[in-house]
Design a protein around this ligand. Structure first.
Ligand SMILES: Nc1ncnc2c1ncn2[C@@H]1O[C@H](COP(=O)(O)OP(=O)(O)OP(=O)(O)O)[C@@H](O)[C@H]1O
Ligand SMILES: [Mg+2]
Length: 319
């Protein structure tokens, strides 16, 4: 295993600055005081706590309006169906579109220190998959075109022929694996049910992050946990607890190999979005490319984002 590296928060300053200005714009529109706003998280979205108002603001990256809209609609629906989620703040706070990206507001949760209960996660996902899903929008996945432009931007910033060849091979494999998708059953999905999207609170666990929620491929919704087991050190006992809670084991299905591979490849292409922003991700990308055909662990650099304190933390890794 390689040794861990601490990532500096500095290179993400432009991302945070853009998000902060979007939050200021949204707050001005609805008359919200930002005096006590604090940066809490920088992942796919940038999160701010607003303790005085009891709110958590999520600022999505440019072009993620549809995901933000889905998140609001789906979390409202899940909440109405009594799932342990966080409903959006309604009314004028629901969703503000800014020139930078969408801003959504949520009740501020206060986490408690407790390990993720994987049986709970499996059970909760089963309940979600069994919902009728009436009125839910189609789940938003990164389109092939968006992936193509992300790859293009990355290769422009890093014209390295050997990396180029590996990424081109990876995109070809992604296309092959994606052929399985039209054969899969669709229904309500969370979109990214994995440990970092579970928050323990004094009132119980909450499943967060509905950017990928909607009507989608349910088998794909099981891949994050199995990828966490294969690549990010999730133990056998936790995996078993998840499968027991869910009530069935997808590994028995012939399609699951391609589905899990899609997730793994997505864990690599997700990193391309940091092109030009964060040097440490280039090492991480090379490491994942080099080990794609093995079962090597990918936890070394935290497989994720840089939080406000500059420490790494687990993150959703999407295509
Ligand atoms: N309503 C909330 N109250 C308090 N903290 C929250 C709330 N929503 C999210 N958070 C915190 O922010 C973190 C990231 O939230 P979320 O997963 O929604 O964002 P994200 O941008 O998708 O992150 P990532 O890309 O890392 O998955 C959570 O793990 C949690 O610590
Ligand atoms: Mg998340």
């Amino acid at each position: 295993m390689r040794s861990s590296k601490a990532l500096s928060a500095d290179p993400i300053t432009p991302l945070v600055a853009g998000a902060r200005s979007a939050l200021e714009r949204a707050a001005a529109t609805i008359g919200l005081d930002l005096a006590d706003a604090e940066l809490a998280h920088c992942g796919h979205n940038v999160g701010f706590t607003l303790p005085g108002a009891g709110l958590f603001a999520r600022v999505g990256p440019p072009g993620s309006q549809d995901k933000a809209r889905n998140a609001v609609v789906c979390s409202r629906y899940f909440h109405q169906q009594n799932l342990p989620v966080v409903p959006p703040i309604e009314g004028r706070h629901a969703l503000a579109s800014t020139a930078y990206g969408p801003v959504t507001f949520w009740p501020l949760l206060h986490p408690v220190d407790a390990p993720v209960d994987f049986r709970w996660l499996g059970r909760t996902l089963r309940r979600l998959h069994d919902l009728p899903g009436r009125g839910m929008p189609p789940a938003q996945r990164t389109s092939r075109r968006d992936l193509g432009s992300r790859v293009g931007r990355f290769l422009q910033s890093r014209p390295d022929p050997s990396v180029r060849r590996k990424i081109e091979a990876l995109v070809r494999e992604l296309d092959e694996c994606a052929l399985v998708l039209p054969t899969l059953a669709v229904g309500p999905v969370h979109g990214d049910p994995y440990p970092s999207n579970v928050l323990a609170t004094a009132a119980g666990y909450r499943l967060l992050d509905y950017d990928g929620s909607g009507i989608g491929h349910q088998l794909l919704d099981l891949a994050p946990i199995f990828a966490a087991h294969k690549r990010f050190g999730l133990g056998q006992a936790d995996l078993k607890a998840f499968v027991d809670g869910y009530g069935s084991d997808p590994r028995a299905l012939p399609e699951f190999g391609a589905v899990l591979r899609l997730r793994e490849l997505g864990l690599v292409t997700w990193l391309l979005k940091f092109a030009g922003h964060l040097e440490a991700y280039y090492d991480e990308l090379e490491w994942r490319l080099a080990t794609l055909d093995s079962t090597d662990d990918w936890t070394d650099l935290g497989h994720g984002v840089v939080d406000a304190a500059g420490a790494t933390e687990g993150s959703a890794c999407r295509m």
